[in-house]
Design a protein. Structure first.
Length: 318
């Protein structure tokens, strides 16, 4: 027994040592990546794209929105994303709800080899027309640009819509990120989604978990948590899961969602609904997602959103 315990202790210490070393190396990479990301802004990158190609792509998006059954196959739209990126979730929710055909390309988070053709390295990104095509990047800029072409541009001027979009971006994203990465094990489990993608080599997946999980744990506990405390959204000693549930209830109540008003937008979702939904989809399948559905009043709204974005194959109640 003593020998067995000794072996178990050695394995545990070895795993901890690997996590610590991985975390230190990964965090250094993370800091360098933040620095590199500032080299070019999303606005500047979008402005540098071929104007004629962007105009042609937006004309096609507009036709898809107005005449989905008669629109041509178009230039081909690729969406580069991480499954667990809440900002990618926002852009994906918009594309799905508005029926804009696209191919989703999963980017490997550590090396981002799938983004080699793009000078901009943050996600999400859309590419129109394949290799040599035009790019549109940044979740807010993607949604706001496309919104003008699918007939919902007026919502961008609605103060209440913008209030909830800002809340999703500034508050909800942080609470979701904090909860999924509150422990090293939770952060590791958060990367389990990568196993489903055969296009990413096994070695890269292992490298991602060894370095990525500790990095996300450090970012959550050393950066996101203090930010929320400073903003007055958390206090020392608060239970983070309870606070997340309170934020979910805040949306349900503040958006006025009930039996007579199924969405913030009323009878159908608006940009506020889509942004909030997209953030939640970044943790779909994780324990905190199921916990949220069971312990808040969001489940009915979530099911309706699932149906309208194509995640449910049959009508509600069928």
């Amino acid at each position: 027994m003593a020998a067995r315990m000794s072996l178990a202790r050695k394995l545990a210490l070895g795993s901890l040592g690997t996590a610590v070393v991985g975390g230190a190396g990964g965090y250094a990479m993370y800091k360098q990546r933040l620095k590199d990301n500032k080299a070019m802004t999303a606005v500047d990158f979008n402005a540098a794209q071929d104007t004629d190609k962007i105009k042609a792509a937006m004309a096609w998006v507009q036709k898809v929105a107005r005449e989905p059954l008669t629109a041509s196959s178009g230039p081909g739209v690729e969406m580069f994303r991480y499954t667990t990126c809440p900002f990618c979730g926002k852009a994906k929710a918009f594309l799905d709800y508005h029926g804009i055909p696209h191919e989703t390309i999963e980017v490997e988070p550590m090396f981002k080899s799938q983004l080699a053709p793009s000078e901009y390295k943050k996600l999400p990104q859309l590419r129109f027309g394949g290799e040599g095509g035009a790019w549109l990047v940044d979740s807010d800029l993607i949604v706001e640009t496309l919104a003008e072409h699918v007939g919902v541009g007026a919502q961008l001027q609605d103060p209440d819509v913008q209030k909830w979009r800002s809340w999703a971006r500034e508050s909800l994203v942080r609470h979701v990120t904090l909860n999924i990465n509150k422990t090293l094990l939770g952060a590791w489990q958060g990367y389990s989604y990568i196993d489903a993608f055969d296009t990413i080599p096994f070695a890269n997946k292992l490298f991602l978990k060894v370095l990525g999980a500790p990095v996300m744990y450090l970012v959550a506990t050393k950066k996101t948590y203090p930010t929320l405390v400073k903003a007055g959204e958390l206090k020392e000693g608060d239970d983070w899961r309870t606070v997340l549930h309170e934020k979910v209830e805040y949306f349900v109540t503040g958006a006025g969602i009930d039996e007579t008003k199924p969405f913030h937008g009323g009878a159908k979702p608006d940009l506020a609904d889509l942004d909030v939904y997209g953030v939640f989809q970044s943790v779909r399948g994780h324990a905190i997602y199921e916990d949220m559905l069971q312990n808040t009043r969001i489940a009915g709204w979530m099911e309706r959103m699932d149906y309208l974005t194509g995640k449910l194959d049959k009508k509600l109640g069928a």
